[in-house]
Design a protein around this ligand. Sequence first.
Ligand SMILES: Cc1cc2nc3c(=O)[nH]c(=O)nc-3n(C[C@H](O)[C@H](O)[C@H](O)COP(=O)(O)OP(=O)(O)OC[C@H]3O[C@@H](n4cnc5c(N)ncnc54)[C@H](O)[C@@H]3O)c2cc1C
Length: 394
Amino acid sequence: MGMIQTPELLLHKKIAIVGGGPGGLTLARLLQIKGVEVKVYERDHSQAARVQGAIVDLHFDSGLKAMDATGLMEAFKDNYMQGADKYRLLDPKGNILFDEGNQAGKPQFGDLQFRPEIDRGALRDLLIDGLLPDTVIWDSQFLSMKEVDNIWELQFKNGTTATADIVIGSDGYRSRIRPYLTDLKASYSGATIIQGEIDHPETACPEFYKLVDQANLMAMGNSATITAQPRGDGGLTFYAASLYPENWVKDSGIDFSNPQDVHEYLINRYGDWNPIFASLFKACNHFVARPLNYFPLENRWGTKSNLTLIGDAAHLMPPNGEGVNLAMLDALDLSNCLINKDFTQLSEAMAAYEKIMFDRAAPLCKETIESISDFAAPTEESVQNLIKMLGKTD
Ligand SMILES: Cc1cc2nc3c(=O)[nH]c(=O)nc-3n(C[C@H](O)[C@H](O)[C@H](O)COP(=O)(O)OP(=O)(O)OC[C@H]3O[C@@H](n4cnc5c(N)ncnc54)[C@H](O)[C@@H]3O)c2cc1C
């Protein structure tokens, strides 16, 4: 990287990216290949810490576009999960309503419809492998910062400190960087999911595992949705989503750290569903309850020249299949603005990025909130609409 001319605005500037998720790591790579001095401060103790959640699919005009810009597309092609980009939709009785398996003429890289799936851990690893050694500083849980003579002084939980000229918050839905830009807090969407992780589904719930068939399973109806997806390590992640009052997780009296408690609740709640779902719940010994929150639509802050946010930290919304893609696209847009020679001031580059980011995220968030019931309390009509939508991606 020695021959590269550092972009004018970032010459002799140190950039601290707080949070090494897909957004932060993509940004680090995009800036580093332009010769920018960058560090990523990540809360996880090491790269070996398991990344929560299952596979994610990258989209042509967002995640894949950003991946292409990182120059790591070959590594992505070596690591994505072939064949996992298909959907199987069931009703609560277990009838298959839609099945994308075994279709001829499947889309490939370069096709607009192709949405290759990758394990979150594999995505993180390949982005980290694309960085210079020691770019990610592990075990660095950001606590606070203060600005002294135009330099940010960052304080981490492990007692260490760091300085930077520019700070980018990519620390996800509970961002600790966000309060330095806005007081706006997250709102509740109306839906909560109970997430379950099963490490050995082939033995713990073999029948259900076969039904998932290494792809995306969704079961919808009776005011709830269950989705299940494989993990890259052979495990299985599932989400049981429904509409619940705010604070239900606390008020329900369920101890989510006690699997028996959760089994009892879920088996009762899904008592009128096909028993194969009860077998899934019983096979799971690790649950997390997640109220789905979002940052309100009037979520805009006054631009600062040395601080901004990307990804969930900027525009948390309930899962709509776009979160990782948006975080990576924010990274691409921010790096493009920062290296753009048309901008002579950092504040102009930051304002240009934030306009692109907000204009994109706000309508999407609105749409996701407005259709939260289609996901968490689907009607016959919403299921039929989903089938039509999935059918279009054939
Ligand atoms: C149940 C569920 C399912 C989803 N499914 C999908 C899907 O299928 N497809 C999709 O595209 N999106 C999906 N999403 C959304 C997606 O997970 C997020 O939008 C995406 O991960 C955001 O990326 P990010 O880089 O902004 O933040 P994150 O991925 O949240 O990464 C933040 C990083 O910051 C670190 N961190 C946090 N706090 C600190 C701190 N104080 N100091 C230092 N480091 C810190 C964290 O450890 C983490 O590594 C889903 C979300 C949920 C909840």
